[in-house]
Design a protein around this ligand. Structure first.
Ligand code: FUB
Length: 326
C-alpha cells in the first residue's frame, strides 16, 4: 500500500513520538511510544525537556499496511501517584490482559514505574492506584518468557536517577561509580503472576567483556546508560541498550535472562539527536528494529519520531550493525 511506512522514515508525522516498544499482539504489530510534546522550554541533563503527559498507541497490520494511531491510551491526570514526565513505556500480554508499564516522577519528584491494564492492546489503559512497590528509575521493558514467567528490566542514568539508588535508598546527592569501577547495570526482577508487583527485590544485571571482566563506568562506548530491551534468539537472551553519551545502541548476550551478559557489539550507530532508544521484534520470519531520531524536527532533542528497519543476524548469532542513514 502506498501509505505504508517506509524503512528509516517516520512512522507518523502528526505527533512527535519516541522510545518505541514494539510487540506482535493478535497478529498485528503494536508500537508503544512516548509522546513528545511540541514545546520550546529549556533543555538540560536532568531531562526536564522530556515533559510528556500521555501515551498514544500505534499499530500496523504488517509492514505493507498503513499505521493506525489509536488516540490517547493513558493520561498523566488519571494516574494518582504521578506528577510529570511519562517516559519510555512497554507493554506485555498475559492472563488475557494487556499491561502497560511506564515510568513517571512520583509526587516527590522520584522516578517510579507504574502499570495500567486494558482488555485491548490499543488501550485505553486503566492505571493502578500506586506505582509498583519497590520500583525506581525509568525505561521498563518486560519479557514474557516461553515458560510464561515475566521479567521486568529497567534503569537509566542521569535524568533516569539510577545512580541515586546504589545503596538501595534514594540518595539525591549520589553520583555514579568512578571510571575504573564496574558500570551500573540495568535492574531486573520477576513479576508476580498478576503482573502488578515485583515477585522479588530487583537485582543488578552484570555486563562483562569477552574475558569476563565487568564493563567499567569510564567505558562509555560499551557501558549501560538507559533503555534496556531483552529479546530471545536461538535460545539465548539478548540485552540491548543505549550507551547514552556515545549515542549507540549496543548489545550483550547470555544463556540466562538475569545474566551475566557478555558484551558483543553495536546494533545502531548514532542517530540525529542526543537520545537513542529501541526495541527488537520478530514479525513473520524477519526481525525488526524500532528506534527513533530527531529528523522530523530537524534535530530538536525532545521532538523525536519513531522509525523501523530490518535487523539481521550473522550465522554465529551476532547482529549486523545498522547505519540508518546509509
Ligand atoms: O523519552 C525520555 C527518555 O529519553 C527515555 O526514557 C530515555 O530512554 C530516552 O530516550
Amino acid at each position: 500500500m502506498s501509505n505504508a511506512p517506509k524503512p528509516n522514515q517516520p512512522l507518523v508525522t502528526h505527533i512527535y513520538t519516541a522510545d518505541p516498544s514494539a510487540h506482535v499482539f493478535e497478529g498485528k504489530i503494536y508500537i508503544y511510544p512516548s509522546h513528545d510534546l511540541d514545546h520550546d522550554g529549556p533543555s538540560n541533563d536532568n531531562g526536564d525537556q522530556y515533559a510528556m503527559e500521555d501515551y498514544h498507541v500505534l499499530s500496523m497490520d504488517g509492514f505493507d499496511s498503513p499505521v493506525v494511531e489509536h488516540g490517547e491510551a493513558l493520561h498523566l491526570k488519571d494516574i494518582p501517584w504521578a506528577s510529570k514526565q511519562l517516559w519510555a513505556p512497554d507493554a506485555a500480554h498475559k492472563n488475557h490482559t494487556y499491561y502497560l508499564f511506564f515510568p513517571a516522577r512520583d509526587l516527590e519528584g522520584i522516578f517510579r514505574i507504574g502499570v495500567a491494564t486494558s482488555q485491548s492492546p490499543a488501550g485505553p489503559f486503566a492505571p493502578q492506584e500506586r506505582y509498583i512497590e519497590g520500583s525506581f528509575s525509568i525505561d521498563p521493558a518486560v519479557l514474557v518468557d516461553e515458560d510464561d514467567q515475566a521479567y521486568i528490566f529497567f534503569g537509566g542514568l542521569w535524568g533516569g536517577q539510577l545512580e541515586k539508588w546504589q545503596t538501595g535508598e534514594f540518595d539525591p546527592a549520589a553520583t555514579g561509580p568512578a571510571p575504573d569501577e564496574p558500570a551500573l547495570g540495568p535492574r531486573a526482577a520477576l513479576l508476580s503472576d498478576d503482573m502488578l508487583s515485583f515477585k522479588e527485590k530487583p537485582q543488578e544485571i552484570s555486563i562483562v567483556d569477552e574475558t569476563g571482566h565487568p564493563i567499567v563506568a569510564g567505558d562509555e562506548e560499551r557501558r549501560f546508560f538507559e533503555g534496556p530491551w531483552v529479546h530471545k534468539y536461538n535460545g539465548l537472551y539478548y540485552l540491548s541498550y543505549s550507551t547514552g553519551t556515545t549515542h549507540k545502541l549496543v548489545y550483550a548476550v547470555s544463556p540466562n535472562a538475569l545474566g551475566p551478559y557478555t558484551f558483543k557489539g553495536t546494533i545502531l550507530t548514532p542517530v540525529i539527536g542526543w537520545t537513542t532508544h529501541h526495541s527488537i521484534v520478530r514479525f513473520g520470519d524477519k526481525w525488526y528494529l524500532f528506534y527513533h531520531d530527531c529528523s522530523l524536527s530537524e534535530g530538536v532533542n525532545h521532538k523525536r519520531c519513531v522509525k523501523y528497519t530490518e535487523l539481521q543476524y550473522n550465522e554465529d548469532g551476532t547482529i549486523r550493525t545498522i547505519d540508518p542513514y546509509q
